[in-house]
Design a binder for this molecule. Structure first.
Ligand SMILES: Nc1ncnc2c1ncn2[C@@H]1O[C@H](COP(=O)(O)OP(=O)(O)OP(=O)(O)O)[C@@H](O)[C@H]1O
Length: 893
């Protein structure tokens, strides 16, 4: 603004008679020197510093006729030169719109350049539009207020507020231009309508923008008008040019400055910028009078020259002024300024700003995701639920018929299906349907399958998500995903949500806080609780959740109104396994008698989960395919089962003859005990081929059925049988090996359970002690501890004695079996019958049915549920601590 003021004052001064100027003082604000000066001295000021020098003689005046270029600067604005203004005719400036200012020649030139640039490769129609816009700017100029702001920017006052003003003015200009175009078009139309009555009637409807034939205008047209967009772009470009002023200045040399401006008194002041550049501010009116075509005659232009050092520049300037005879009081003012360009500042702060901006943006996005939920919330959609939606028509094809062997669970869950199918049946009696059910059970028992089948039967969409998918490192994301999931579910009611592994988030809050809380998990759990509470009782959203650890779940989840039902799904029974085999055998090509096959396989696979069975069947098919068999045969199934139980055969592991011998006698000891103890499980197979992890030998026993109770005698027989490997080593070798450690582990656990849980020790009594590893203090006294230790030892010793007695007695038989084992590596039940004769006890039930009915009956309740075929305690090589698969694991639970 101050620049503009100064200009007007200068303008006024230029036309004042010289005497006025010489007698009247100048405004104080402009010239700080208030020292009284003689008129002479004042006039000298005019001549050298603020006014063009008057021609000393007429000849000189002739040389300086207006319209001439500054000497030495002709190349800049000669005819056709870059700064000439030949195109801007006087007639065009006459047609300026009120409030508009014309473009300067160099602005116009830049426009031409930009236009030529963007026209390249542009479709003809669009180029035409651009051309039109260009002509419009040339003709109309730009609004004066915009020009003022641009001048302000030029003076170096570019603040965010000025930038915002600029932008507003540019857009307003674009809008006004578009509006004027529209008005012109309307006017033209109305004019033509005046001659044509038909068209006139149409023009009425035009006002409402409803004319179907002619162009209709409304506010949308203005917003999207091509001209306005291009106009905006052009003007923005001009502003850019102003902000980056390289094009609005020209470098000159000291000589040029002297000859062209300094000597002629055209220099108003000099500004030393950043100690390396001097900006020359000239008396614009004087320059305009002397060199009308010079770009310096316009407000937006200045010359500059570079300097090596400020001192050298000052010296030179002093010398020059001294030469010109300028008195020291009237010398050209020199200012010193330090300028940092707007763009440079932004660039230097750029990385920091970018970083701060990125963090701000990310946190905003995360917060919006966490807080707002809804679709697409969160950082990269983080707050969005990852639940997979299955469409009941296309994706969920599972029906209850595909879920075998869990009849009770099916009955329980059937109620949900009925509710989803016929809600009114329940509602009319005022019944509230359970909100959800927790399906708990060991891995692979078909919890997900059952949930899917529920959706398949009810014919509703099914949202499946795992509990761990709610857990993320960002706080609030879990809760947000829960919200999103339930929101989506509500949109597709009736539907079923299935949250697998809910223990990942639903752990008891008091338990998980032990040793440090987890607020994120707690917030997620709270959100689930809230969402489940939030259902209206008529809302048909059923939430099913699966877990292997129902015991760790928060009680709040289990209360009525949330997961009202608790459906426990155990590993399948013999009958269940048969049914599951039947389901999976449907897809297998086999010529075996399916009825017999599924029975035998079920008998062979006690303790298998549904997933194990599915895997076994698939494995059998793979083995058959590997052997190029046409159909899958019994042998393939047996190999598959063995592989699933014992692991892969380790053919690469070569044992020394001594080690092999030890393993053979160890396994023979187990086999003999299994054969001659009444309550031992019937032996199916014994092998000394290393398998799986660290197991050097392997004996497979087969419980005749699913057993739920174990007698003292049964347990004792089993323990004796487990110790048989070590006892056999003791009897047949000089020394013993480390291979029986896993056997001892099992025996100890079994004996401890007998004493502390099953009330089988008269000395300890009928007490139950929880063996919680997190318990810091034992729940019994020192004396009881001592008693437990003594009793455990007594029971193990008893089992040992029983085993030793038998093996001493059957030393010869052990030798026979061991030598045969060394020869054949694998012995089946038939081999044992051949070597030892019929087992002295009768086999019963499924065993006799599916394994030839040979042998004798086995002891009552020989099997333990879930622990059927037992890879016997392995014989480990010395130094190895890797135990064989745990056999009696369930006894401790
Ligand atoms: N009762 C069953 N009838 C038929 N197939 C079954 C049954 N149970 C399990 N399966 C088979 O096992 C596979 C895995 O079962 P599913 O995923 O339902 O187990 P899960 O209990 O959810 O396991 P996890 O607890 O590990 O999530 C099923 O796809 C199916 O092939």
């Amino acid at each position: 603004m101050s620049g503009i003021l100064r200009q007007t004052i200068n303008l006024g001064r230029l036309y004042r008679p010289t005497y006025q100027i010489s007698t009247r003082g100048r405004p104080l604000s402009l010239r700080p020197a208030s020292i009284p000066r003689p008129t002479f001295a004042y006039q000298r000021v005019r001549r050298y510093a603020t006014q063009p020098e008057e021609p000393r003689d007429k000849d000189e005046a002739k040389d300086k006729t207006p319209g001439q270029s500054a000497p030495g600067m002709e190349h800049l604005y000669n005819k056709g030169g870059p700064l000439t203004n030949e195109k801007a005719g006087a007639s065009e400036s006459d047609s300026l719109r009120p409030g508009f200012a014309k473009l300067t020649p160099e602005e116009e030139k830049e426009l031409v350049e930009v236009f030529n640039q963007i026209k390249k490769g542009m479709p003809a129609s669009m180029a035409e539009e651009v051309e039109k816009s260009f002509q419009k700017i040339r003709k109309d100029g730009i609004p004066q207020e915009l020009r003022d702001t641009m001048d302000e920017v030029k003076q170096g006052h570019m603040t965010p507020a000025v930038a915002a003003r600029l932008w507003r003015q540019v857009s307003s200009m674009a809008r006004k231009t578009a509006e004027s175009d529209i008005n012109e078009a309307k006017g033209a139309q109305q004019k033509s309508g005046a001659h044509d009555p038909g068209a006139g009637s149409k023009s009425k409807s035009n006002n409402k923008g409803e004319d179907k034939d002619g162009p209709a205008y409304n506010i949308k047209d203005i917003k999207l008008d091509m001209n306005s967009i291009i106009l905006s772009a052009f003007t923005s470009y001009l502003i850019y040019r102003l902000v980056v002023p390289s094009e609005n200045s020209r470098e000159i040399t000291w000589q040029e400055l002297r000859n062209t401006f300094l000597d002629k008194g055209l220099v108003e002041r000099l500004v030393v910028v950043n100690n390396n550049k001097v900006r020359v501010h000239v008396h614009q009116q004087s320059v305009q009078a002397m060199y009308p075509e010079s770009p310096a005659a316009h407000g937006n232009f200045y010359y500059y020259f570079s300097i090596g050092s400020v001192e050298a520049f000052e010296r030179r300037l002093d010398e020059a002024q001294a030469e010109l005879g300028i008195p020291s009081s009237e010398r050209i003012p020199v200012q010193y300024s330090r300028e940092v360009s707007w763009a440079d500042t932004i660039l230097s702060f750029g990385p920091t700003l970018l970083f701060i901006g990125a963090i701000f943006w990310l946190s905003r996005r995360a917060a919006s995701g966490a807080g707002g939920g809804g679709a697409g919330g969160g950082i990269f959609g983080m707050g969005k639920s990852r639940a997979k939606k299955f469409n009941h028509e296309t994706d969920v094809k599972v029906k209850f018929a595909d879920v075998a062997g869990m009849d009770e669970a099916k009955v329980e869950i059937m109620e949900f299906v009925n509710f989803l199918k016929q809600p009114e049946r329940f509602q009319k009696l005022g019944a509230k349907i359970p909100r959800g059910a927790i399906l708990s059970g060991p891995p692979g028992t078909g919890k997900t399958l059952l949930a899917k089948a529920t959706a398949g039967e009810s014919g509703v969409p099914f949202f499946s998500v795992s509990g761990s998918e709610f857990v993320e490192m960002f706080v609030g994301v879990g809760a947000s995903r829960v919200r999103d999931l339930f929101q989506n579910a509500r949109k597709s009611t009736p539907c079923i949500i299935f949250i697998d592994e809910i223990d990942a988030i639903g752990k008891s809050r008091s338990k998980q806080n032990f040793g440090g809380g987890n607020d994120e998990r707690e917030a997620t759990l709270n959100q689930i609780l809230t969402e489940m509470d939030g259902f209206a009782s008529t809302e048909q959203v059923i939430v099913l959740a699966g877990t292997n650890r129902a015991d760790v779940l928060d009680q709040a989840l289990m209360r009525p109104g949330r997961f009202d039902r608790h459906i426990s799904i155990d590993k399948p029974t013999m009958d269940g396994r048969k049914q599951i085999f039947a389901v999976h055998l449907k897809n297998i090509v086999t010529k075996e008698d399916i009825e017999y096959l599924k029975g035998r396989l079920a008998a062979l696979t006690p303790g298998f989960s549904g997933a194990d069975i599915a895997n076994c069947v698939n494995e059998a098919a793979l083995i058959a395919a590997r052997g190029n068999a046409d159909t899958v045969m019994m042998i393939h199934f047996e190999q598959a089962i063995e592989r699933v139980i014992g692991g892969l055969e380790k053919k690469s592991l070569v044992l020394s003859p001594e080690e092999k011998r030890t393993v053979a006698y160890h396994e023979a000891g187990h086999a003999i005990c299994g054969w001659y103890f009444k309550y031992a499980d019937p032996l199916l197979k014994v092998s000394i081929i290393p398998r799986g992890q660290g197991a050097l030998g392997y004996a497979q026993y087969l419980p005749s059925g699913d057993t739920y109770l174990m007698s003292y005698l049964q347990l004792l027989d089993r323990m004796a049988m487990t110790l048989a490997g070590r006892v056999s080593e003791e009897i047949h070798f000089e020394t013993v090996t480390s291979g029986a450690s896993d056997d001892f582990n099992k025996v100890t656990r079994m004996a401890t359970a007998m004493v502390t849980k099953w009330g089988m020790s008269p000395k300890v009594g009928y007490l139950y002690f929880e063996d919680d590893p997190n318990q810091l203090q034992k729940p019994f006294s020192e004396e009881t501890a001592r008693n437990i230790d003594t009793e455990v030892k007594r029971i193990v010793d008893e089992a040992y004695k029983q085993c030793r007695d038998l093996l001493e007695e059957k030393k010869k038989e052990i030798g026979i079996v061991a030598e045969e084992l060394l020869r054949k590596e694998v012995l089946t039940r038939d081999d044992l019958v051949r070597l030892l004769g019929q087992r002295p006890f009768e086999d019963k039930g499924d065993f006799s049915k599916y394994f030839g009915g040979r042998g004798d009956r086995e002891g009552p309740g020989a099997g333990i549920p879930g622990l059927p075929e037992k890879p016997d305690g392995p014989v480990l090589p010395p130094g190895s601590s890797n135990p064989a698969p745990v056999v009696f694991k369930d006894l401790n639970q």
